[in-house]
Design a binder for this molecule. Structure first.
Ligand code: GMT
Length: 380
């Protein structure tokens, strides 16, 4: 198949999923065309089946708000015609599904009208935050309803979309995935670990875009409690608006030397397996891709019991969950686990097993392929 993929190309779970999906599909022989305003961050190196088309947004003095969604729609239509694209797959409803709908209509209106079905994948904040803003809700609902296929990355998100948007589409849950051959703990992980924890300290990790929904200061609070009980290091991967608040909190608590802010990282699969535990104390996660990537690397997740997290983590078996803001309980789980090598090892293996058996790319990618086939059949 020839598939056009659009996503937010910078850091963020939806862009990561879209890029990894494109890479996996290309490996399976599909021709993939990324259409976005910048090259997706995890799209490194050339690949014979992958093409990237940049969307240029002209700036005029009149345009206080340059119309990216229109430039995107135009580029989607151009690329689809030029490369004979079978379908568009957009990640994150706003504004990508609106642009895809416009592109579809542009091609249908041509003299020899051409079909261009599009699939929308809902990731989370496009529904739970942005989509519920009154200024976006009607158009988001409209573009979801106009999509030829809609998927959601968890049952939680599917149910919430149906409940709050009252859309009539049949939304299919296709879980996020991880490439278990790439996200794996291997012999190099131990060497890298020594770089961050040279005295054999315990290692905890947090990975996010440091937005308020991630509650990064809770991560520092939890680590502070752990640090009082044992030598430990915390790797903070990512960047975003709440980074300096977290840095200041670490300074105030006197643990700044043990909290390593690594910034945005392209190859998180090299960093994650260094750790024993991942902390994900978010206000909300529709799935929690970071937790899954950690689990594949035998890093036990301690997260909040929110959104789609209970679909990924089995409490007490492949990780722990606690209420939002309950840093004492999350710290207690971490301290108990880090004090019991056998329990930590067992849970780490269990985590990896869950990633392999339920969320491995080899299991999930065929679900997308099958979904595309059904959409194409319906639209032919
Ligand atoms: O919250 C983020 O990290 C960004 C956001 C996005 O769309 O880029 O993430 C959402 O999509 C991820 C990938 O599907 C999910 O793993 C995250 O749980 C989800 N975030 C929220 O629901 C807050």
């Amino acid at each position: 198949m020839k598939i056009g993929i659009t996503c937010y190309p910078t850091y963020g779970g939806s862009g990561v999923v879209a890029t990894e999906l494109g890479l996996e599909l290309a490996e399976r022989g599909h021709e993939i065309h990324f259409i976005s305003y910048a090259q997706p961050i995890r799209l490194t190196g050339p690949h014979p089946n992958i093409h990237y088309h940049e969307v240029e947004v002209s700036r005029y003095p009149l345009f206080d708000y340059p119309p990216y969604d229109l430039a995107l729609a135009t580029r989607m239509a151009e690329v689809s015609e030029l490369y004979d694209i079978d379908l568009l797959h957009v990640h994150y409803a706003i504004p990508h599904s609106v642009s895809a709908l416009l592109a579809k209509q542009m091609l249908a209106a041509k003299p020899r009208g051409r079909r261009l079905p599009f699939v929308t994948t809902l990731h989370g904040t496009d529904i739970t935050l942005v989509g519920l803003d009154r200024s976006y809700l009607p158009i988001t609902r409209f573009s979801i309803e106009q999509s030829d296929g809609v998927t959601a990355i968890s049952e939680y998100l599917r149910a919430r979309t149906v409940r709050e948007f009252d859309v009539k589409n049949n939304i299919q849950v296709i879980y996020n995935f991880v490439n278990c051959d790439v996200y794996v703990r291997d012999s190099e992980s131990a060497q890298r670990r020594a770089e961050y924890a040279p005295k054999g300290e315990r290692v905890l990790v947090h990975l996010s875009n440091f937005r308020p929904v991630k509650r990064v200061t809770d991560t520092i609070e939890i680590f502070d409690r752990v640090r009082k009980k044992m030598p430990a290091k915390l790797l903070m991967i990512g960047d975003g608006p709440d980074r300096s608040r977290a840095e200041w909190l670490a300074v105030q608590k006197g643990i700044h030397d043990d909290v390593l802010f690594l910034g945005k990282q392209d190859q998180v699969y090299e960093k994650l397996p260094v750790a024993d535990i991942m902390l994900l104390p978010s206000e909300l996660e529709s799935f929690g891709l970071a937790a899954l990537e950690a689990m594949a690397c035998e890093v036990v997740p301690i997260a909040t019991r929110v959104g789609g997290i209970p679909e990924v983590i089995e409490h007490g078996k492949s990780g722990y969950m606690a209420d939002v803001g309950d840093v004492d309980t999350m710290a207690r789980y971490a301290i108990e686990l880090l004090s019991d090598e056998a329990a930590l090892h067992k849970m780490a293996k269990e985590s990896r097993g869950v990633a392999q058996s339920r969320f491995c790319a080899t299991k999930i990618i065929p679900q997308y392929e099958e979904f595309y086939r059904r959409v194409l059949e319906r639209s032919s």
